[in-house]
Design a protein around this ligand. Structure first.
Ligand SMILES: Cc1cc2nc3c(=O)[nH]c(=O)nc-3n(C[C@H](O)[C@H](O)[C@H](O)COP(=O)(O)OP(=O)(O)OC[C@H]3O[C@@H](n4cnc5c(N)ncnc54)[C@H](O)[C@@H]3O)c2cc1C
Length: 560
């Protein structure tokens, strides 16, 4: 059986940073990734990475903005640590070879992002994620670890209360394999495909979050789902917040810069939850544009001039021209909010440790929590690097003191029995139908604005889909890249997570950050200043709550 000290699942920024830290700690490391590492969703990040590096900015302001942006649900000890690491992290990435955009004086160029007191988002044009990913990949060096490329984590093996390893599918051969590990780092990234309207890549199916949940880990704050205000209509391709950071305007069908009603001081640069709600309200109240893909508003860049738009927002120009047939230099971009980021995830401490010995997590799959109820743009790329490194260090240390993992030859046989059953059924449910119905349910009932009635209906539908999933059938007999099988595995993962989102949202009787309950419109600190924890029970998620860590910032009303 394959054995390693540390197995990192995921090769995006968080996974690669964790692997680098573990390699440097001198243990035997493997990375399992269902994609080629450079195709991870991190590579799609456009806008940039936050660090308070300018003389006029300060680490304290970055901390305060993050605490406020989180609607006071972020853990302030973690946020302080995170913001202090920002400057050194960006400098380190530059030393690893990432080329950032520069100002006229040669210093790091920075752009304004929503919810930030100063322009502190450092960028590489509008392809920051790819620039970071390439720098890190070269630094990591493929000869220093084992890479299981296009291998997909199916489930974790837990014995004696400790994670011992995992069962993975080699998609190229169509074979399941067992890998034993003294410590596992889950860095499997986003879960946005639970929704139909999402900016996330098709690979963002929350597998690691779901595997951790199935293994007994706590998921934290799953009800907090971020919707990005400006996704291209129809395709939901992201139009970076950098477009507004560079000076882009939002207008409704009456020509109004409507953000003046919702965030009179910072207008388009309010935080994402605020701008998303404003767009939905404008459309709902009849002031939006309408078309075959529903209501929308306009994002205008025309006044910025051809040179600025084409140099600072090169990819945005390409996306608009190729996917919407419009030229943002001369035409307004039709936009509407789409699911973008999960604030919730596998609950960890600052070192990336979960409640399960031997299990660590980092990146978007984890919830430390620094984003609380709402993440600020530019803080997530930083999170992958800061906490990826911590998780790698902690996992290597855990591996050094761990006993040989206890995996049994029968583990593989037992863990894969359900998949064989899916393939042997004469009739049953088609996974893609279940996935589409799940996405429609989440879009319609568990979106930006929530009510008790909608959430109950959403829960009923998700539970019915989970029941139908018991009869899922895989018809494709192919060994090589059997997408019917991976679709079934991923849909199962997403259905579990969808249930934790709805149950958490139904229970939380307040509005905070990205969680907007029309029936409970106010933030309720007396009862709800706490994290939701979901653990898997026999009949679905069992909720409990934990306190929020405070250091220096008293909760205040959040206005922009
Ligand atoms: C379009 C877009 C633009 C963004 N722009 C910004 C931005 O400008 N600034 C910012 O701060 N944040 C941005 N974000 C958010 C940020 O990019 C992500 O939160 C972050 O990059 C996630 O990194 P990660 O390493 O956690 O996951 P990912 O980069 O998604 O990597 C996940 C890895 O896990 C692997 N994996 C997944 N499931 C399995 C499995 N079952 N088995 C094996 N491997 C698996 C994948 O192969 C992949 O290698 C953006 C997000 C999107 C979607």
């Amino acid at each position: 059986m394959r054995k390693h000290d540390v197995v990192v699942v995921g090769a995006g920024l968080a996974g690669q940073r964790a692997a680098l830290a573990a390699v440097e700690a001198g243990v035997d490391v493997a990375i399992v990734s269902k994609l080629h590492p450079l195709r991870s969703h991190s590579g799609a990040a456009q806008g940039g990475i936050n660090a308070a590096v300018g003389a006029e900015d300060s680490v304290d302001t970055h901390i305060y903005d993050t605490v406020k942006g989180s609607d006071y649900l972020g853990d302030q000890d973690a946020i302080e640590f995170f913001c202090r690491e920002a400057g050194p992290t960006v400098v380190e990435m530059e030393h690893f070879g990432t080329i950032f955009s520069r100002g006229a004086d040669g210093s790091l160029a920075r752009r304004a992002f929503g919810g930030a007191g100063f322009p502190r988002t450092i960028y590489a044009a509008d392809r920051t994620g790819l620039a970071l990913l390439q720098g890190l990949w070269e630094r990591l060096g493929t000869e220093r670890f084992t890479l299981y490329e296009e291998w997909e984590l199916a489930r974790l093996i837990v014995r004696n209360g400790r994670v011992q390893g995992m069962i993975v599918l080699d998609r190229k051969r169509g074979e399941f394999e067992a890998i034993a590990a003294k410590a596992v780092v889950l860095a499997t990234g986003p879960a946005g495909r639970i929704y139909g309207r999402t900016t996330n890549a098709h690979s963002c199916t929350g597998d690691g979050i779901s595997a951790a949940y199935a293994a007994g880990a706590f998921l934290k704050d799953m009800e907090f789902v971020q919707f990005h205000p400006t996704a291209l209509l129809e395709s939901s391709i992201l139009i970076t917040e950098g477009a507004r950071g560079e000076g882009g305007f939002l207008r409704n069908a009456q020509g109004e810069r409507f953000m003046s009603k919702y965030a009179p001081h910072v207008l388009e640069l309010a935080s994402r939850d605020v701008v998303s709600r404003a767009i939905v309200t404008e459309v709902k109240e009849g002031r939006g544009f309408s078309g075959p893909y529903g209501g929308y508003v306009h994002l205008e860049l025309m006044h910025l001039g051809k040179e600025k738009v084409e140099s600072r927002l090169q990819e945005i120009c390409d996306y608009c021209r190729h996917f919407a047939g419009i030229d943002p230099v001369t035409e307004a971009i039709p936009v509407y909010p789409a699911q973008h980021y999960m604030m919730g995830g596998i609950g960890t401490n600052i070192q990336g440790a979960t409640n399960l010995p031997g299990l660590f997590a980092a990146g978007e799959a984890a919830c430390v929590s620094i984003h609380g109820a709402n993440r600020l743009g530019g803080n997530s790329l930083l999170e992958t690097l800061v906490f990826g490194k911590q998780a790698g260090i902690a996992a290597a240390a855990a591996a050094k003191s761990a006993a040989t993992p206890e995996m049994h030859p029968s583990d593989l046989e037992e863990a894969t029995a359900p998949y064989r059953a899916w393939a042997s059924r004469a009739e049953g449910e088609d996974p893609s139908t279940l996935r589409t119905e799940m996405q429609q349910t989440m879009d319609q009932y568990v979106g930006i604005y929530r009510t008790e009635a909608d959430l109950l209906e959403g829960l009923k539908r998700i539970r019915a889909l989970r029941a139908r999933f018991q009869h899922v059938r895989v018809v494709d007999r192919a060994k090589v890249f059997n997408l019917n099988l991976t679709d079934a595995i991923e849909t199962g993962h997403m259905l579990d997570l969808a249930e934790t989102i709805v149950v958490g949202a139904y229970a939380r009787l307040e509005s905070r950050g990205a969680h907007s309950r029309i029936d409970y419109p106010k933030r309720d600190d007396a009862h709800w200043m706490r994290h939701t924890l979901a653990q898997k029970g026999p009949d679905g998620p069992v909720l409990s709550y934990s306190g929020v860590a405070y250091t220096r910032w008293e909760p205040k009303e959040r206005v922009y």
